[in-house]
Design a binder for this molecule. Structure first.
Ligand code: SF4
Length: 322
């Protein structure tokens, strides 16, 4: 049994982390629960997960699991996606306050208006959207498969929501289609400047630069590699360079170090958004919150049945097309 003081403190002392992790794993076993965590989660949270991955990998895992409970350590839209692809499971979100600012930049009403204005276009929704928005979209994409999926669509006109950076990245790779791009953005990625990257390049001239497509186009322009978190992991841990400057959420360092500790991964430390490329809402999931959520089976993710049904179509289409 975990000491009460441990879970009252939201941030755990280093010496108590192991005890809490063991208790969480024990509970997960007793309750036949699977713990899924995004790469941007705190290292100590990633370490208790059955599976750590990006949005696409986590959706797949959520759809395939035969556990009774899914504890999803990520932001709200990810938990909703897990519920949509596997609605009979109990999906628990350790911090219901952890939403995604970018997902909140567009509503279903906005999408319906765009549809009216462009009736010949298909709506391509980045998976970083809320369930109501997915329910009025034609297909979902992640940063790992967006280009490939848009290339496969018959429609010549694409409404891309909500991320302008990913939308512009896809547009560049699919020049034969017309794009209407929503002007949403991911604050931690988009606000990071090309000037900061240039400073890092000057400091580490031998390093390669790997960048997430949610970054500003000017940052993307000077990158050696652009890809999703999984693609960055692959590139950074296997490329010839001994040092890699990684422009994405700092949580990825944990996986990079586990996969290949012999390299140096340089993450920016400039003073934008929370002090670095750091997603405050992702970091809102803590070990005490995971413990309490699983123990008491609280913070269950629920969605209206019709939303589940309609939002499932674009997700299933994505899983089939990718
Ligand atoms: S990193 Fe960006 S897109 Fe991902 S959850 Fe945070 S704000 Fe949303």
């Amino acid at each position: 049994m975990v000491q009460v003081e441990l879970i009252k403190e939201d941030i755990v002392r280093d010496e108590d982390i192991k005890e809490l992790q063991e208790e969480i794993r024990k509970l997960a076993k007793e309750k036949n629960a699977v713990i899924l965590a995004h790469y941007y989660q705190r290292p100590e949270v990633q370490d208790i997960a059955d599976f750590v991955g990006d949005s696409l990998e986590l959706s797949r895992k959520a759809s395939q699991t035969d556990a009774d409970i899914i504890v999803f350590c990520g932001v709200r839209f990810m938990c909703e996606t897990a519920k949509i692809v596997n609605p009979t499971k109990k999906v628990l979100h350790p911090n219901p306050e952890s939403g995604c600012p970018m997902a909140d930049m567009i509503s279903a009403k906005d999408v319906l208006r765009l549809r009216e204005e462009h009736p010949d276009a298909e709506v391509v929704a980045y998976v970083n959207t809320n369930a109501e928005v997915k329910a009025v979209s034609d297909v979902c994409v992640t940063s790992a498969n967006a280009v490939k999926i848009v290339q496969k669509l018959d429609s010549k006109k694409i409404i891309f929501i909500p991320d302008q950076a990913l939308g512009n990245w896809v547009k560049r790779h699919v020049p034969d289609k017309e794009f209407i791009i929503w002007q949403g953005f991911c604050p931690p990625h988009f606000e990071f400047t090309a000037r900061e990257v240039m400073k890092l390049k000057e400091r580490y001239p031998d390093a390669k630069v790997a960048v997430h497509p949610e970054c500003h186009p000017k940052v993307i322009e000077i990158a050696d590699f652009v890809g999703s978190t999984s693609q960055i992991i692959n590139y950074a841990t296997t490329c010839e360079a001994q040092r890699v400057i990684v422009i994405t959420e700092v949580g990825l360092r944990h996986t990079l170090m586990k996969k290949n500790p012999n390299k140096e991964y340089i993450f920016p430390e400039s003073m934008n958004y929370c002090g670095t490329v750091y997603c405050c809402t992702m970091k809102g999931i803590t070990l005490p919150k995971v413990y309490q959520t699983l123990k008491e089976e609280i913070n269950e993710v629920t969605l209206p049945e019709d939303i589940i049904e309609r939002a499932k179509r674009p997700i299933v289409r994505m899983l089939e097309l990718s």
